[in-house]
Design a protein around this ligand. Structure first.
Ligand SMILES: NC(=O)c1ccc[n+]([C@@H]2O[C@H](COP(=O)([O-])OP(=O)(O)OC[C@H]3O[C@@H](n4cnc5c(N)ncnc54)[C@H](OP(=O)(O)O)[C@@H]3O)[C@@H](O)[C@H]2O)c1
Length: 294
């Protein structure tokens, strides 16, 4: 970029190599914005950028791992080196883990907190002040229906999405009248790799809930953001799930979700190495009595 050149507004999508992020990037590009695609996989990013360019859009790729401390700085460097500023930030990078919190590997659980919460927060807080100064643009954060209830056997994932929704909705309110919008998108299950990589597709809850297409979620997210919405809940089934979570008392909801997200072969949370059903979950055993009798 030469001195005196104007910076151009771009839509920056973190988690754009596949799934919902890729679909949002495609919708934004169709709207005429240059899009900056960010994720770890260079090959998948290049393919996503080709799709956008073949459809007449403009796309840049930035391979970055947002579990690394300097990723946000790397992104800012890329933008300024290419004469761009972040007009709209889409935080779609995230992963889920299914299983007991006392059994799942600690590093994977802390990594989830790092990506789903810390990286999203850092990017949002680094890029929002510029948007407010320019009085335009905003942030789309991917939450989930999981943000509306605790989720036994996906405890950290649900908690991370609770953070995303709370943070995003509060920012939306703080930034009213500034010209900047913060929108939280809260879909139910979407047909992407997330369902397999998180292990969610192996449990009853995700088998019974209908799945949305990423393109549908992306259209709703983009339109909702453009019209200044605080919260976008794509699809009727997600709205009904959230209504159910609000109406059913936790004393009923938590055992129900726990039962629907647990697998009979899951290792027992007490650490015996046996399956839950043959250990603390066996008829007549409470966690306490079984632990003491080992
Ligand atoms: N699918 C669902 O059922 C569902 C429902 C509700 C909410 N959501 C949320 O929607 C968001 C997108 O999910 P999805 O379904 O599109 O998942 P996905 O298909 O697994 O895509 C996740 C994206 O995040 C990127 N990513 C993962 N780790 C990263 C890292 N360390 N640094 C940078 N990028 C990283 C991935 O690319 P690389 O692997 O190339 O890095 C990929 O582009 C997530 O926050 C998820 O929690 C999903």
């Amino acid at each position: 970029m030469r001195p005196g050149d104007q910076l151009r507004p771009a839509v920056v999508v973190v988690g754009a190599s596949r799934g919902i992020g890729k679909a949002i990037a495609e919708v934004a590009a169709r709207d005429g914005a240059p899009v900056v695609l960010v994720a770890r996989s260079e090959v998948a990013l290049a393919a996503a950028a080709d799709d956008i360019r073949n459809a007449g859009g403009e796309a840049f790729t930035v391979p970055l791992d947002f579990l690394a401390d300097d990723a946000a700085l790397g992104l800012e460097d890329f933008l300024s080196a290419n004469g761009l500023f972040c007009d709209v930030l889409v935080n779609s990078a995230g992963y889920g883990l299914r299983g007991g919190a006392t059994v799942l590997p600690l590093d994977e659980q802390l990594g989830l907190v790092d990506l789903n919460i810390r990286a999203l927060t850092e990017l949002t807080l680094r890029l929002l002040p510029g948007m407010v100064a320019r009085r335009r643009g905003g942030v789309i954060n991917l939450g989930s229906v999981a943000s509306f209830t605790p989720g036994p056997y996906m405890a950290l994932y649900y908690a991370s999405k609770g953070f995303v929704r709370s943070f995003s909705e509060a920012l939306h309110q703080e930034l009213r009248h500034t010209g900047v919008t913060v929108t939280c998108v809260a879909p139910g299950p979407v047909s992407t790799e997330f369902l397999a990589t998180s292990g969610a597709n192996r449990v009853a809850l995700f088998k019974i809930l209908p799945k949305l297409e990423a393109g549908y979620v992306a259209e709703k997210a983009w339109r909702g953001f453009k019209t200044g919405r605080r919260l976008v809940i794509p699809g009727l089934s997600a709205k009904l799930t959230i209504l159910l979570a609000a109406l059913v008392p936790s004393a009923i909801m938590l055992p129900l979700i726990g039962r629907l997200q647990r697998r009979s072969k899951d290792p027992c949370p007490c650490g015996s190495g046996k399956s839950f059903t043959s250990c603390c979950g066996a008829r007549g055993n409470s966690l306490g009595t079984t632990t003491q009798s080992r």
